[in-house]
Design a protein around this ligand. Structure first.
Ligand code: GLC
Length: 476
């Protein structure tokens, strides 16, 4: 018994020390909005179109002369993000095409020289801050339009054109431009919470192509509280530590470790198949998949940065809005299982994922269970189980089926999730139980096209587990 109590207290202590860290807010937040937006939203073929499609000289750049997103309403975006449960947002200040969405002092290829004329980045930070969200910038290290930058992932190579070989002066000017832009972003837009620098390609994995330490110094000196991601280096183990690490469009198998220690991390993911707006991409992920992805990240101590690619008129595409609203409905009922939560030591049941906060364990049903649900290792340790979205009690089943279970398996019967509950509940005369609705999925738990499956229950493992519990023996 003692050892189990110690285990729980120890994990609380670990959480407390994280709170002292600069990235504490980030690890608590767990969910953010990524926004890929630029003049590439006009041709509407994603943000790599400048490299992956053939453009006549000047043709792509001319989009800057007509870019006029008069429907841009960042306050609406911020409200949408907030309602979805997102606590921070990251906007592309510049992508690889070199076009600046802010009023750069160092290039004319920028938003204030478009018919729109206003600084989109400034409007973004002001609107999102006003809604109480933290703000960050994605800033591309590569600049495909600069003669000082080229590698096999630049447009010339991809389109089979001759590659310009940078002179040392051009390369120096390129590095200077990146540093100047980072300095401007770090000094002229108030408090910036996060900087996502993207990326060091495999062709630049050796050496320090972008002047890593200089850029980090600029960021930290001007924004002492900021966190900066890991993409200033290709390999993570042989260079300095970064504040957080950024896998892409996947749920890692475990909490991420660098140099042997667990680190803060965030998976960024598309909501369809593209980052930048792509008119032909209707490959929208289901709300269920998005919820499962979010839960998967949190269950491994990570964050999800879910992307939207606004259109050239300034609107977020309707299917993305629909999904964010569905996530908002889900979050309103289930958000406590995400915010401030992290991994659990317990093994989740079949088809489920666990998140945990203190001694409250959240069991997320990623699919409708076949029937009763078997919780490994929790026999006798569940003080109380409830369905999170309704607060209804979930019964532990101790008199049936245990003969074929592991000794430490706990069987539960989540009401409203399990077909056939009417019979069981009638027989057991469960107080307050309505006699219908329990033999099928009630409407709110149906996996419907535009509704994430909000099937979730909380399980509170007892802090006083039984002495004879097998998993308590010999621990610690
Ligand atoms: C990659 C892509 C880029 C996208 C980013 C998001 O670096 O080059 O287009 O912005 O991933 O993480």
């Amino acid at each position: 018994m003692k050892t189990c109590c110690v285990t729980i207290l120890a994990s609380l202590a670990a959480l407390a020390s994280v709170a002292a860290d600069r990235s504490a807010w980030f690890q608590e937040a767990r969910f953010g909005m990524f926004i890929h937006w630029g003049i590439y939203s006009i041709p509407a073929r994603g943000e790599w179109t400048y490299a992956s499609d053939s453009w006549k000289a000047g043709e792509y750049e001319a989009f800057a002369k007509v870019f006029n997103p008069t429907n841009y309403n960042p306050r609406e975006w911020a409200k949408l993000a907030k309602r979805a449960g997102m606590k921070y947002a990251v906007l592309t200040s510049r992508h690889h095409d070199g076009f600046c969405m802010f009023d750069s002092h160092f290039t004319d290829y920028k938003i204030t020289n478009t018919p729109y004329g206003r600084d989109i980045v400034r409007e973004f930070v002001e609107a999102f801050r006003a809604e109480g969200l933290k703000v960050g910038f994605y800033h591309s290290l590569p600049d495909w339009t600069h003669p000082g930058y080229s590698d096999p992932e630049t447009p010339a190579v991809m389109q089979g054109r001759p590659v310009h070989k940078s002179t040392p002066e051009e390369y120096a000017a390129f590095k200077e431009l990146v540093a100047n832009h980072v300095r401007q972003l770090m000094t002229e837009y108030g408090k910036i919470d996060l900087l996502f620098l993207d990326y060091t390609s495999k062709y630049k994995q050796d050496g320090d192509y972008f002047d890593r330490e200089r850029l980090l110094k600029i960021a930290y000196e001007n924004q002492p509280g900021i966190i900066v991601n890991d993409r200033l280096s290709f390999w993570k183990d042989n260079v300095r530590d970064f504040d957080y690490y950024t896998p892409e469009i996947c749920v890692p198998s475990k909490p991420i470790r660098v140099k042997g220690r667990e680190v803060p991390w965030e998976t960024c993911a598309t909501i369809n198949g593209n980052w930048g707006y792509c008119a032909e991409d209707n490959n929208w992920k289901t709300p269920e998949a998005l919820v499962a992805g979010l839960v998967g990240c949190v269950s491994r101590d990570g964050n999800l940065l879910l992307n939207v690619g606004p259109m050239s008129d300034g609107k977020i595409p309707a299917p993305a809005v629909e999904r964010l609203n569905a996530l908002g409905d889900w979050y309103a009922a289930n958000g406590e299982s995400i915010f401030g939560c992290g991994k659990s030591k317990f093994t989740p049941p079949f088809g489920c994922a666990y998140t945990q906060k203190g001694n409250t364990l959240y069991c997320h049903f990623l699919q409708q269970p076949l029937g009763d649900v078997i919780l490994p290792g929790l026999k006798g340790r569940v003080a109380k189980a409830t369905l999170l979205r309704t607060g209804e009690t979930v019964n532990c089943i101790d008199q049936w089926g245990f003969e074929l279970l592991e000794k430490d398996d706990q069987r539960i019967r989540p009401k409203g999730i399990v077909p056939g509950d009417v019979k069981q509940n009638k027989r057991k005369k469960v107080v307050g139980q309505s006699k219908c609705n329990y033999n099928h999925f009630p409407p709110t738990t149906q996996p419907r096209p535009n509704r994430p499956c909000p099937v979730l229950s909380t399980i509170h493992p007892s802090v006083q587990p039984r002495l004879n519990h097998p998993s308590c023996r010999g621990e610690g």
